[in-house]
Write a protein that binds this ligand. Structure first.
Ligand code: ADQ
Length: 487
C-alpha cells in the first residue's frame, strides 16, 4: 500500500468570511467568545492534533476574517485565545453592503441554490466582491510564511486563492466550498467576465473541495466550458501545475452529539419537551432561508393532517426557525408567509388541549437542541436545496438510543450519504405527507436498523476524518509537485 505523506512544518492559516470569535468590548476590557459552529470545531481538531495525524502545525492557528469592529476599537487589543490568533479584515459598511449582502447573498446564494429569479446581477456588486477579496489578500500578505498551509472557505472568497497564488506560488492552498456548486446551465447565467474570474480564482488553489460528487462534476464541467481546459480523473491540468478537485462531505463532531445523550442538562431538556405533550413529536430546526423549504414542509404536514384524522391530537410538529437576514424584504415576506401558514393550520386543526404545530423563531442552546433531537420521534428536514445540511447528521449522531426516523430531502447533499432515511422530494406535499405517516408508524425494529447503519457511517466519517481527508489530499499534491519539480 502506498505510504501516506506526512508534514510536520509550517503553520495553518484559515481564511473565512467571519472570525472564529465575537469580540465584545466593555469597561472591563475586551472579551472573545469563540463560536461553536461546524467550521470552528473542525479546525480545532487540527489545532489539537490527533493521534496518527499525518500533519502537525507550528504555532496557533492563524485565522483571517471580517470583523464589524473598527480598527480604532481594536487598537491595542490582543485578538488571540488558546487556539487561534485572529487577523481582522476591516471592510467599510458601504463596501460590505455591496460585497457580502450584495454579490454573496443577493446573487451567489440564490443562484447557486437554484433560485435564479431572486438573483440580482449588479455591476457594483461584482466590483465590491473583487475589492473585498483583495482586502482579504492585503490583510494576509504580510502574515504568510514559506511553509504555511492556507485553507480558504466558501463562496465569499472565490477569488482569493488565485490572488494568493500570484505572489506565493510555493505555498499550499486549499479551498472548500460549503454551498452547492450548480449545474452549468445555472452557472452560465453569470456574466462571462464574472464566471471567468470565479473559475480562475478558485483554480488558484491546489485542492478544491465540495460536499458531493455531483458538485465536483458540475465544477469540472464549468472549468471545461470556461477555460477550455481538459480535466481527467478529478485533476485540472493547468500549464504549470495540477489542481485536485474532489468530494469531501463535511461532517460533525459525532462523539459530542452522541455523548450529550446522557448529559444531565440534555436529559432534563428531553423530559421537559416530552412530558407536557404526551404525543409523538415531529421536529425541525433551520435558519430562516428560502433554500430550507420551510413552506413546503408546512404544506406537507398540512396535507398529512388533512388525510389522517386518526392522527389528530396524537402528534405535534415543533418547528424551530433561527432568525437570519430578517431585515431583508424577501426574508420578511417569507417569514410572514410562514406565520400565516402556521396560523392557518393551527386555526383549522388546533384544539384547546392540542397544538398541531409549535412554532418558535429563535436560536437554541446546545443542550436544548440535543434535548429536542432526542425527544422527537421524527426529524423532518426538507430543504429545496442544501450544500450538505448538518442538522440531519446531528439528529442521527444524537440518537444514542438508535430510535427516531429521519425524513430527508433528496436535494440535501447529505442525502447521498444517508440513504436509510425516508428520502422525499421537497416540492411534493404528498410525498412528505406519506413519509410522515410511514415514519410515525415505523416499528422500533426498523427504526433501529436504519439508525444503526446511518450512525455507523457518521461515526466512521466524522468532522475529524473530514479535515484529515482534506489535508491528506493537500499533502499528496504537495508530494506530486515536489516530484515533478525534481524530474
Ligand atoms: P447552513 O445553511 O447554516 O450551513 P446547516 O448545515 O444545516 O446549514 O447548519 C446549521 C447549523 O446551525 C447546525 O449546526 C445546527 O445545529 C445549527 N442550528 C440550526 N438551527 C438552530 C437553532 N434554532 N438554534 C441553534 N442552532 C441551530 C452551510 C450550508 C450547508 C452546509 C454547512 C456546512 O448551507 O449546506 O451543511 O454550511 O458546510
Amino acid at each position: 500500500m502506498k505510504k501516506l505523506p506526512t508534514r510536520k512544518k509550517g503553520r495553518l492559516i484559515i481564511v473565512a468570511y467571519r472570525l472564529p470569535f465575537k469580540i465584545l468590548k466593555n469597561e472591563q476590557g475586551t472579551s472573545l467568545f469563540q463560536n461553536s459552529g461546524g467550521l470552528v470545531s473542525a479546525v480545532l481538531s487540527l489545532a489539537q492534533g490527533r493521534e496518527n495525524a499525518s500533519f502537525e502545525f507550528e504555532d496557533k492557528i492563524q485565522w483571517i476574517g471580517y470583523t464589524d469592529n473598527t480598527p480604532e476599537e481594536l487598537a491595542g487589543v490582543t485578538l488571540e485565545n488558546e487556539n487561534f490568533r485572529a487577523h481582522p479584515v476591516f471592510i467599510s459598511q458601504e463596501l460590505n453592503d455591496n460585497y457580502y449582502e450584495g454579490f454573496c447573498n443577493d446573487l451567489i446564494w440564490p443562484l447557486f441554490h437554484y433560485f435564479p429569479s431572486l438573483a440580482k446581477f449588479e455591476t457594483e456588486f461584482f466590483e465590491a466582491y473583487q475589492e473585498a477579496n483583495l482586502l482579504f489578500y492585503e490583510t494576509m500578505k504580510d502574515i504568510i510564511q514559506p511553509d504555511d498551509v492556507i485553507w480558504i472557505h466558501d463562496y465569499q472568497l472565490m477569488m482569493l486563492p488565485d490572488l494568493i497564488r500570484q505572489s506565493f506560488p510555493a505555498n499550499k492552498i486549499g479551498f472548500f466550498f460549503h454551498i452547492p456548486f450548480p449545474s452549468f446551465e445555472i452557472f452560465r447565467l453569470l456574466p462571462t467576465t464574472w464566471r471567468d474570474a470565479i473559475i480562475d480564482g478558485m483554480l488558484g488553489a491546489d485542492v478544491v473541495g465540495f460536499h458531493t460528487n455531483d458538485y465536483v462534476e458540475y465544477f469540472l464541467k464549468a472549468v471545461r466550458m470556461v477555460i477550455g481546459q481538459g480535466n481527467r480523473m478529478h485533476y485540472v491540468n493547468l500549464n504549470s501545475r495540477l489542481v485536485k478537485v474532489d468530494a469531501f462531505p463535511i461532517s460533525i463532531d459525532y462523539n459530542k452529539f452522541n455523548d450529550a445523550y446522557d448529559d444531565e442538562k440534555v436529559v432534563k431538556e428531553r423530559k421537559a419537551a416530552r412530558a407536557p405533550l404526551k404525543k409523538k413529536i415531529i421536529f425541525s430546526v433551520d435558519r430562516l432561508d428560502y433554500s430550507k423549504g420551510l413552506l413546503n414542509r408546512l404544506k406537507g404536514y398540512e396535507r398529512f393532517l388533512e388525510q389522517h384524522d386518526e392522527w389528530h391530537e396524537k402528534v405535534s410538529f415543533i418547528m424551530m426557525v433561527v432568525p437570519s437576514r430578517d431585515q431583508i424584504e424577501q426574508y420578511q415576506n417569507m417569514k410572514s408567509e410562514i406565520d400565516q401558514t402556521v396560523g392557518r393550520i393551527s386555526a383549522k386543526y388546533g384544539r384547546i388541549h392540542w397544538q398541531p404545530i409549535i412554532y418558535q423563531y429563535r436560536s437554541m442552546p446546545f443542550e436544548e437542541l440535543v434535548g429536542m433531537y432526542t425527544a422527537s420521534d421524527v426529524a423532518l428536514i426538507t430543504p429545496v436545496r442544501d450544500g450538505m445540511n448538518l442538522v440531519c447528521k446531528e439528529y442521527v449522531a444524537s440518537r444514542k438510543d438508535e430510535l427516531g426516523v429521519l425524513i430527508l430531502s433528496e436535494m440535501a447533499g447529505a442525502a447521498a450519504e444517508l440513504g436509510e432515511a425516508l428520502i422525499i422530494n421537497p416540492t411534493d406535499s404528498q410525498d412528505i405527507a406519506d413519509a410522515i405517516l410511514k415514519a410515525l408508524e415505523m416499528p422500533a425494529k426498523e427504526q433501529r436498523k436504519r439508525m444503526k447503519a446511518m450512525r455507523h457511517r457518521l461515526r466512521e466519517y466524522d468532522v475529524f476524518a473530514w479535515t484529515n481527508d482534506f489535508f491528506t489530499q493537500m499533502l499528496m499534491i504537495e508530494q506530486e509537485h515536489d516530484r515533478l519539480s525534481h524530474e
